[in-house]
Ligand binder design. Structure first.
Ligand code: FES
Length: 575
């Protein structure tokens, strides 16, 4: 490796290398922390942005992983500096971590601006922590490696495998109609989350980690390593070593995260049957990188990409099985011809180079392109008079008989309304009805909560109904499933057509034709719009107010308007 710059060119030199009053203070305070001048002089400072918290059980191991990264940084001649940033604990944070994704992105960006970082290792994994850290680091555009938390071990209940989220939803419906009892339900509660690490289905965490891996921003294949596998701390240490080299090579996120690299990430997500949340996050990340990505490109890439990874909720297996089958590198090796193999990765080598020795060791879990689980990817983008700016459906996780369906709407004004009435025996609903949830989008939620898998009414569950068409401007968990149309844009809260749907209006869904429409005249819709009155902002003060003023709609990635783009970030003055 030939360094592209000298120690005097390092960003941190302004803090530690000068002979002025402030540098005296910075060096004396490093010594206060127990370091000698030899520990810091002329060395790249590597920020380790850590989302560890008691509020985030998926990241329980990050205290240890930060130490593993530090070991690698020291070995390579760097100076590690761990910086805690906001965590987004998916299970505990309400109404949705999505409300705070941009706050963590700002936290990361500003930490990298304000501290003497020359490069950064990002410790994240639980759902929105992945795009948030990536967005912040991309805007900062310092050399960066993402270290994914890794999936947790398989869940277990009486010898049966349990998958995060997916099996909880499934058995919850069984419990609601008395098929399983309280004792069994409690045993599942004990066994569904057996270790640290992220949800081990192909939910949002696994999908986002895989997309960041396919983008080239993790060590190749890192996203598939189970959190509890000893390879995981070794990977973290290797990331620590590699980031120091990247600083000397001046290899930055925007050198890696090109439009072609984003297309690789989308292709990976589609082949894996990944979470619909990836659409929003990748569009937002691309916006920070200066890459081009929109909903229609997602749909185009989905149509040409076979669905080859048999992982829940769209398939049968879990992330541990995927790892043993070869993991993401093996899966990507099956997609040669659909990928831009010349794209750079954090290793400084191309994606094609990194796939050279990848081997599939279980053909059931990772299928060949000749024997896919489905001929196309997991996501379809829909448009029509109900979603002029688009909506999405994860059709691989839906009952195929519902993918062409029309039926009368049963409308809920918001989630509280749904909660009150969904199990009412008098609710005028049949298996052919289309459940519609309003005011659950970016502003309506707020934060576009994962409410999009509307519960099936109890009386239909008792009849054996397990899927029906559901439509909302919400998102749904990557571990969810069903014929759920999501991300309807513009959202109902800002006066999108979803706001004007009434009970009994016929909704037409045609996934093969990519259509979502209301069988209602333009005149009637115009009359409904004229009579519509907007609701009050849900969080009118503080961060909620900032969010409400600046958040983009789902089709634009829900970033803040003032954070998009590639304008350089001014370094702080030091006086
Ligand atoms: Fe953390 Fe699913 S709750 S990844």
């Amino acid at each position: 490796m030939t360094p592209k710059h000298s120690p005097q060119d390092l960003r941190s030199h302004r803090w530690f290398g000068r002979e002025d009053f402030r540098s005296f203070g910075h060096r004396s305070r490093a010594k206060q922390a127990g370091f000698t001048l030899d520990d810091i002089a002329g060395k790249p400072v590597i920020a380790i942005l850590n989302t560890w918290s008691d509020a985030n059980p998926c990241h329980t191991h990050f205290k240890l992983r930060a130490e593993d990264v530090k070991r690698g940084v020291w070995l390579a001649g760097g100076f590690p500096m761990e910086i805690p940033v906001l965590t987004l604990g998916e299970t505990f944070m309400k109404p949705s971590t999505m409300l705070y994704r941009n706050l963590l992105a700002m936290d990361a960006e500003e930490a990298l601006r304000a501290y003497p970082a020359d490069g950064v290792v990002l410790l994240g994994g639980c759902d929105k922590t992945v795009p948030a850290l990536m967005m912040g680091a991309t805007s900062a555009n310092l050399p960066a490696i993402f270290v994914p938390a890794g999936p947790m071990l398989r869940g277990n209940w009486r010898g049966q495998v349990l998958g995060s989220g997916s099996d909880a939803w499934k058995y919850w419906d069984d419990k609601r109609v008395g098929i399983i009892d309280d004792c069994a339900w409690r045993e599942m509660e004990d066994g569904i989350a057996r270790s640290f690490g992220t949800c081990m289905t192909m939910g949002t965490a696994s999908t986002m980690a895989a997309t960041v891996d396919a983008l080239g921003m993790t060590l190749p294949g890192a996203s598939s390593i189970p959190a509890a596998d000893s390879l995981h701390p070794r990977m973290a240490s290797m990331a620590g070593r590699r980031i120091v080299e990247m600083v000397w090579e001046d290899l930055k996120p925007r050198d890696i995260m090109t439009t072609a690299a984003f297309e690789n990430a989308v292709t990976a997500a589609m082949a894996l049957g990944g979470s619909t949340n990836a659409i929003i996050h990748l569009i937002a990340m691309a916006g920070r990188a200066g890459a081009t990505l929109d909903l229609d490109r997602f749909d185009g890439l989905s149509k040409r990409t076979p669905f080859i990874a048999d992982i829940r909720p769209s398939g049968r297996y879990l992330m541990e099985d995927f790892f043993y089958a070869g993991g993401l590198r093996a899966a990507l090796s099956r997609l040669r011809g659909l990928l831009n193999l010349e794209c750079l990765t954090v290793t400084g080598r191309t994606l094609g180079d990194e796939l050279d020795d990848a081997i599939v060791s279980n053909e059931e879990v990772i299928r060949s392109r000749d024997n896919p689980l489905g001929p196309e990817g997991g996501v379809a983008v829909l448009r029509g008079n109900l979603a002029p700016d688009g909506a999405v459906i994860k059709h691989t996780a839906a009952d195929p008989t519902l993918l062409r369906h029309s039926g009368p709407a049963v409308v809920f004004r918001d989630y509280n309304d749904l909660d009150r009435r969904i199990d009412d025996p008098d609710l005028p609903v049949t298996a052919d009805s289309v459940l519609v949830l309003q005011n659950a989008g970016p502003l309506g939620g707020p934060g576009m909560p994962e409410w999009g898998m509307l519960p099936i009414p109890k009386k239909l569950l008792a009849q054996g109904v397990r899927d029906m068409v559901r439509i909302s401007d919400a998102r749904m968990s990557g571990t969810s499933y069903g014929a759920c149309v999501l991300h309807v844009a513009p959202e109902s809260f800002v006066g999108g057509p979803l706001a004007f749907v009434r009970d009994g209006y016929v909704v037409e869904l045609d996934v093969p034709a990519r259509r979502l429409s209301l069988r209602v005249s333009d005149e009637e819709l115009a009359a409904r719009r004229a009579a519509w009155t907007p609701r009050e902002i849900v969080y009118p003060r503080g961060y909620g107010s900032l969010y409400a003023q600046h958040v983009r709609q789902a089709d634009r990635g829900c970033d803040f308007d003032f954070l998009e783009g590639t304008a350089p970030i001014a370094d702080p003055e030091i006086h």
